[in-house]
Every structure is written in C-alpha cells, then in structure tokens.
Design a binder for this molecule. Structure first.
Ligand code: LFR
Length: 468
C-alpha cells in the first residue's frame, strides 16, 4: 500500500515550519520541509502579523513537498491563539492582522468587567483573564474603529483565515475559538448572550468545527499551482492544543508547553471554574474530544527572545545559556508575569528597571540578564505547580516540558531543582506532532488519541532530569 503523508503547518510567534509525517509500524516519522521566521511588524500604527508573508511561506512549503516527490493527502495549520481577521462581504480582510501584543487593549478588560462580573464571565467561559483575549480586542475595535466592525461579515481566527485561503471555506475551529473568551464552556458554542451584550454582531461568527473534521479540498487555482490536491483537515488549530496532545504520558504529570509562552497545566475532562482557579487565573481551554486544558500562561521564552533581539542578535540562545551558567553569586529575579514584560520597548532595560525598583542588584552583563530571566521563569513555574497541587489537592510526581523550549537543558534542570520533581523533556516538535496525529486519526490511520500517545511515546526521545 502506498505510504500516506500528512502535512502539518505550525506557526509560532517567532518561527513557522512545515513538517511531513508518515507512519510506519506504529512509528511516527517527521521530516521538516520548510522553516521560516515570523515576527511582529509595525504597520499603520499597529503591531501586526504579516499574514500574506505567512501564507506565501505555506505555499512555498507545499511546493517543496512536490519537488521531493511527496504529495500529502492532507494538511492542517495551527498557530498561536486569540488573534483574528475580519472579512467584508466580498471576503476581503478589513484590517491588518493586529497582534495581541498591540497596546490597543490597554484598559479595555477593565471596561468589559464593568459590563460583566468577572465571576460570571469565568463561570460561563472558563477562560483566564488576559488583556489581549479576543473579547477585549473586539471590544477595543468597537470603541476605536466601529466602522470596521459594522462592515465585518466574517470573523476568522488566524488559522481559520489561512485555511480559508487554502479552501475557500469559512469555519471557526473549536480549540482556538475557546481562546476568544466568547465560547460557552458547557454548550461549547458561541455564547450569544455575551456577544450581544457587548454589542458585537453575532452573525459574523462562523460555524464551530471540531478537530478531525475535513474542511474541504484546495481551491482550484491552488490545485493548478501545486499540481495536486489534498484535504484540509482541522487539527487543534490552537498551537497549545496541538502541543498538549503530544504529551506522551499524562498520569501524575504537569506539562509545560515551552515556547514564546510557557503554558503550564494538566488535562481535564471538564472545566474547573472554582474561585481558587479564578483567583490564580487559570484557564480551561477547549481541547480535542472536548477535553480541557487547565493551565496558565507564563511569560515564557519571549523574554529571552527579546533580550537577544535587544543585543542585536549578537548571541545565540545557546550562548546566552552558557553565559548565564558562567555567572555565580547573582540572584536578582523579576516577576515574569508582570504585564510590563508583555511588549516593553526594551526588555533588557525593563528587567533592569524592575530590579532597581525592587532594590535588587541590577543585572548588567548578558549572562546576568539571562540568569535573571531563567531563574525568574523557574520561580514562576514553581508557583504555578503549587497552585495546581493546591487546586487538585494532590501532588504530581513529574513535570513534562514539551516544545522547542525543552531543548534548554539549564532551564530543565532548574525546573527539576525548584519543583523537586522529575522533569521529562520532549518531544521537541510537540505541536507539529499533535497536529499530525489528529490528521492521521481523521484519515483512519490511528484509532484515537490514546493510541496516538502510545505511538508518540515510542517514536520520540524524552530526556529525564532528576533534582538535586
Ligand atoms: C502559545 C499561545 C498561547 C496563547 C498565546 C497567545 O503560542 O498560543 O497558548 O495564550 O500564544 O495567543
């Protein structure tokens, strides 16, 4: 029988990749076809994503498959969450794709919380309060550019829009839609009451579709361009949703999906909207098969990415880790979850100012800055672990770090040392793997997610760190 390939497109805030997957005797093989950079650009006074450039890179990757003689049977795209594109009646974008790091939502969450009680929003949606959630972005738009919303006929999140460009079909994929804070955690549908109360047009929201559903085949002009057709199968289009599917073992495990953000939590069968969870600001994001990711966002490697950029990319990430390792006796830390680190003009200065304001020694050398970032992240993980254990009233034995950030050995060891738990690191390409297994389930090559996790366990290396 001819081997079947599925193609995953995973785009994060700092890079994107197209990875082919194929199954051979319960072994999932990956082949990276194309990798490209992504970053926030300034356009017309907003921090934006260059969505046209991203679509161009996706097309380049598809063409590269064909060049090596592989025509995948399906493709699925995942990206970060919360951001969206609004289309007019001719299906044309009404604005640039503004990034969630843009300050347009400053102060907006507080205004929305005058309309809804925090407890009510939490009870209905289960979603954590972050000033950049789609709900606040849409409300900001309503206040600042009402004419845009008046013209909007379709609301598509970033992967929905890229899928639309591929197929011509519009739908809102469930896992990503939950990050809007506009989906009811119990009905799993758009919460029309919240949407109407905010004065948003409920008609612009599309039908919710679940991961595993086939959206459609490629547009005719793309079939001509590529020389072949394939199905677009919806993965968990929220990258964290895909990544968590690739955690090989969930029993007694707290995962950290480590990339631009660190998402720390556990998988659950139902949303937990108790007061403690609200106070700790944990979220219940919708997952595949209506599971929930109970987790919280920690500022993550964004901090070191920005530090590196502020040093004009003079140092690689590995060099920053080495420089940090070489520093001794420097102990200043920052609260990484302080919103001042979301998009400061200069991350290095922001860290230094924080240390100054809190009467700590100010980091000056790159190694000191990096050490401060890694140790501060580890502290924040430690706190989140304690919060999870407090809510579940039990101890977890392991932490499983997945995603690109799990290659940071220094941080893995720090996590083991501060949490006093065994740390497993891997798989590195968790998001692409999670995306691929959903496509393989959809085409009948893997039975279900449990089986997929077994395959992932056998196929990818996971490294163990013990605490000292
Ligand atoms: C990670 C992620 C997080 C989400 C943040 C913003 O890439 O998707 O899960 O909270 O980006 O969208």
């Amino acid at each position: 029988m001819k081997k079947k390939y599925c193609l995953s497109v995973d785009i994060g805030a700092s890079s994107g990749r197209l990875i082919l997957g194929d199954l051979h005797e319960d072994q999932l093989n990956l082949e990276e076809i194309h990798r490209f950079d992504n970053s926030i650009i300034e356009k017309n006074g907003y921090f934006c994503w260059d969505i046209d450039a991203l679509f161009f890179e996706i097309k380049t990757g598809i063409q590269k498959c064909n060049q090596i003689g592989i025509q995948p049977v399906s493709i699925g795209i995942d990206t970060w969450a919360v951001d969206f594109v609004l289309l007019d009646e001719r299906d044309q974008p009404l604005t640039d794709s503004v990034s969630y790091r843009d300050p347009r939502t400053d102060g907006i969450m507080e205004e929305v919380l005058e309309i809804f009680m925090k407890e009510r929003l939490y009870l209905e949606t289960g979603i954590q309060f972050q000033k950049f959630n789609t709900i606040y972005q849409l409300y900001a738009l309503k206040k600042q550019n009402p004419e845009v919303l008046e013209k909007a006929k379709s609301f598509l999140m970033i992967p929905d829009y890229l899928h639309f460009l591929l197929t011509g079909r519009k739908a809102n994929e469930y896992t990503n839609a939950t990050s809007t804070q506009l989906i009811n955690a119990f009905t799993k549908k758009w919460d029309k009451e919240i949407i109407n109360t905010l004065g948003l047009n409920v008609e612009m929201f599309e039908e919710i579709k679940m991961p595993k559903e086939t959206l459609g085949s490629l547009r005719e002009e793309l079939v001509e361009e590529f020389g072949f057709d394939m199905d677009v199968i919806l993965p968990a289009t929220h990258d964290t949703g895909s990544a968590v599917l690739a955690v090989p073992e969930l029993e007694d495990t707290i995962y950290i999906s480590s990339g631009t953000w660190s998402l720390i939590g556990v998988e659950n069968h139902f949303p937990i909207c108790v007061t403690k969870a609200l106070d700790y600001n944990f979220t219940n994001e919708g997952g595949m098969d209506y599971q929930f990711r109970f987790l919280k966002n920690i500022m993550g490697l964004w901090m070191i990415q920005e530090v590196r950029r502020n040093y004009d990319n003079q140092y690689s990430f590995a060099e920053l880790v080495d420089l940090s390792r070489a520093v001794s006796g420097f102990e200043s830390t920052v609260n990484v979850d302080d919103q001042r680190f979301l998009k400061p003009d200069n991350m290095i200065e922001e860290i230094q100012n924080y240390c100054k304001e809190t009467s700590q020694t100010v980091p000056e050398q790159p190694g000191e800055i990096a050490k401060c970032v890694f140790e501060s992240l580890a502290n924040s993980y430690k706190k989140a672990v304690a919060e999870i254990e407090n809510i579940f009233e039990k101890e977890f034995s392991t932490v499983n770090v997945i995603g690109g950030g799990c290659q940071n050995e220094l941080l893995n060891q720090l996590i083991a040392d501060v949490t006093k738990k065994e740390v497993y690191a891997g798989p590195v390409e968790a998001t692409a793997i999670g995306n691929l297994v959903v496509q393989f389930i959809a085409i009948g090559e893997i039975e279900n997610i449990d089986k997929a996790r077994g395959i992932i366990k056998k196929s990818f290396e996971v490294k163990k760190y013990t605490y000292s």
